[in-house]
Design a protein. Structure first.
Length: 361
């Protein structure tokens, strides 16, 4: 019954975009060509990540962790084990491991080659787990929760080896700095903290921003951090680029979203293009920014899709985007061939991008 209800809701909200808005909204005229695959989830999707160039893993309010071959448009395994909504999923690159965090206060570990039961359970947090990151060597799992605790677990034994609580540190997201022992963590207390995983102490605290920090990502070379913040009416909805080599040094701000920016990611560098950052927001849009100049290179509005809280960059030009109302989206970001009609790009901006939805599932 619940599933039927949700399917009807999805249909209502998402199909008009395919048919009705042509002509009404000039920037989304390609929407009639969106492929519709079997929906990965019933209900809102909170998180999506890549397992391989073809496969993604996602989680949401239906408590399931779902594997999807989005290049073929085929649903794979569905992992059931959480009894509250799934907040984050991550994969360990090059492996068949999946980790999922949930409002049920646990983290479960799954292996694609070992059936559909969890192979490990990490229990100890007292509230929703929002932060999840694996050490570069694949041996440790770092978790953070709304309960103010940051924990470091041994993956093989599922033992919590280090833990530390900081008053009012309601963890919203965690990122392991590539090839290092540092972890970056955002919080509802508006602070960004850098942890040393060897001592399990905070090694740097970035100056508090005015708004809750919702998400963070670290550039592949480990030099830059991007964090995003909540807000409304255009206030506080920015993402910020920081220099990790000079902690606390703000480089640029990406301003344009009208509501909470819920996700921010570095895009893989493609030849001939400037370094880029992508953001998604509760305002139902995805924006692509020039990483260094902070110019908005393109905007995609997914009207009716509700909050967009997770992005997973794949091989260019593909980008996956999770939504509350309309499932997952395969998006393509390409250099515009017709500069003058760039879809929603900033006025006069050079190198306007075409951003379009290819498939929805
Ligand atoms: C940390 O946790 C302990 C045990 O639950 C508690 O007594 C203490 O007040 C907490 N400290 C902070 C800073 O939250």
């Amino acid at each position: 019954f619940k599933n039927n209800f949700c399917l009807i809701k999805v249909t209502k909200l998402c199909q008009p975009q395919n048919y009705l808005w042509i002509g009404e909204k000039a920037d989304n005229t390609f929407d009639s060509q969106v492929l519709q695959y079997e929906p990965a989830h019933h209900g809102s999707i909170n998180t999506v990540t890549n397992l391989s160039p073809d496969l993604c893993v996602s989680g949401g309010s239906d408590q399931a962790v779902v594997l999807y071959d989005w290049k073929q448009g085929r649903m794979g395994q569905s992992f059931q084990g959480h009894n509250r909504e799934v907040t984050k999923v991550i994969c360990y690159p090059g492996s068949t491991w999946i980790f999922s965090a949930s409002r049920d206060k646990t983290v479960l570990m799954w292996d694609l080659n070992q059936g559909d039961e969890p192979i490990q359970e990490f229990c100890g947090h007292e509230l929703v787990v929002n932060g999840l990151a694996i050490s570069p060597d694949g041996r440790k799992l770092s978790t953070g929760s709304r309960d103010n605790w940051m924990c470091l677990w041994d993956i093989e034994s599922a033992k919590c080896e280090q833990r530390h609580n900081i008053s009012r540190n309601l963890v919203t997201h965690i990122c392991w700095v590539p090839a290092s022992s540092s972890i970056v963590q955002t919080s509802e207390d508006k602070t960004i903290r850098v942890w040393d995983s060897r001592t399990w102490q905070v090694s740097n605290t970035f100056p508090a921003k005015q708004y809750i920090q919702t998400y963070c990502d670290v550039s592949p070379n480990g030099n830059y951090l991007v964090s995003s913040s909540n807000g409304f009416g255009g206030q506080g909805c920015e993402a910020t680029l920081w220099d990790l080599r000079q902690p606390g040094c703000k480089v640029v701000e990406y301003r344009g979203h009208l509501q909470t920016t819920a996700c921010c990611v570095f895009l893989p560098v493609s030849p001939g293009s400037p370094a880029q950052v992508a953001t998604s927001s509760h305002d139902s849009s995805v924006r692509i920014w020039d990483q260094n100049t902070a110019a908005c290179l393109g905007t995609l509005s997914l009207d009716g899709a509700g909050p967009l809280v997770s992005l997973a960059p794949s091989d260019p030009p593909n980008l996956l985007c999770a939504s509350f109302n309309c499932g997952l989206h395969q998006i393509q970001v390409e250099q515009s061939s017709h500069q003058a009609q760039g879809s929603g790009a900033s006025p006069g901006g050079a190198g306007n991008l075409d951003i379009r939805v290819v498939a929805r599932f």
